[in-house]
Design a protein around this ligand. Sequence first.
Ligand SMILES: [Zn+2]
Length: 74
Amino acid sequence: MDSIQEIELQDCPLCGGAGSLEEEGGWCVYVQCYDCGCHTAALSYNTPEERLEMARRTAQTWNLGKVIYPGPGD
Ligand SMILES: [Zn+2]
């Protein structure tokens, strides 16, 4: 069981869809909505401890509604 997947995420602040905690390239984490495509800023990490910390931080950003919307057609 991966502990970062247990972090609680609220629904998408823009469309109410389900948020998903994503990892990219094994060095950064962010939360993305698959319904409207908005996402939080990606946070990079270097260690397993930092990975958990950054996952918590990006989830908190998501839960506060601070997301980036790429716009229609992207
Ligand atoms: Zn959305």
